[in-house]
Design a protein around this ligand. Structure first.
Ligand code: PGA
Length: 227
């Protein structure tokens, strides 16, 4: 069985104490289920920049089986770029970074050429990029590690793509793209996760809303390990 990915995206949510509580709850759930076989499931949680340091500290302190990710990265290296967070800076805290989420493309007008610079910076810093595409026609820059197929209409709406169509899109992307890991995002929950990760061409999921609650996130992980 291939490796499966469960990658939470908190977006612009939570304060300091809510972040601490999430990690504490996750730790309790993990300690109650120590026998769970997590070997084939890569768990990642992408938290806001301001909580990356805390998330890494708590992950290490509680010895949690998860990786930390960021939700964006500067297209520039370190330097005079006020407000930006570079890939090198992220590298101290994360192994993964989301690039090209539709919320960034739409709200911040991020385009293909900017996004390909972000992927380059992520690669230079040896970060795994999780590159979001809206359909099989979105351009994918060279060097992307994971592609996330996320139809915009399914994000935060409670409406998912059908596993059959998501699998078809995943298959088409994989035929064109020189990479292996493709995940689905858009209203993924503990109830529907299995239908996506058991689809032949889908290697994982990118839940947003359902990752905010440690119990729901944990339940998704349990369901992912039970396939
Ligand atoms: P959602 O978000 O799970 O809340 O639909 C997914 C995403 O935007 O990555």
């Amino acid at each position: 069985m291939k490796r499966k990915y469960v990658i939470g995206n908190w977006k612009s949510n939570k304060n300091l104490s809510e972040t601490e509580n999430w990690f504490k709850s996750f730790q309790v759930l993990f300690s109650q289920n120590k026998n769970i076989q997590l070997g084939r499931v890569e768990i990642v949680v992408c938290v806001p920049f301001v909580f990356l340091s805390l998330a890494k500290k708590l992950r290490d302190e509680y010895r949690l089986p998860l990786k930390i990710g960021a939700q964006d990265v500067s297209p520039f290296a370190n330097g005079a770029y006020t407000g930006e967070i570079s890939a090198t800076q992220l590298g101290e805290f994360v192994q993964y970074v989301i690039i090209g989420h539709s919320e960034r493309r739409n709200n911040f007008r991020e385009d293909d050429s900017l996004l390909s610079e972000k992927v380059k910076r992520a690669n230079e810093a040896k970060l795994n990029s999780i590159y979001c595409v809206q359909d099989e026609n979105t351009i994918i820059p060279a060097g992307v590690g994971i592609v996330a197929y996320e139809p915009v209409w399914a994000i935060g709406t409670g409406k998912t793509d059908t596993p059959e169509n998501a699998n078809r899109v995943a298959q088409t992307i994989k035929q064109k793209w020189n990479g292996e890991v493709l995940i689905y995002g858009g209203s993924v929950t503990a109830d529907n996760i299995k239908s996506f990760i058991t689809a032949e061409s889908i290697d994982g999921v990118l839940p947003g809303g359902a990752s905010l609650d440690a119990v729901k996130f944990w339940q998704m992980i349990l369901n992912a390990t039970a396939i």
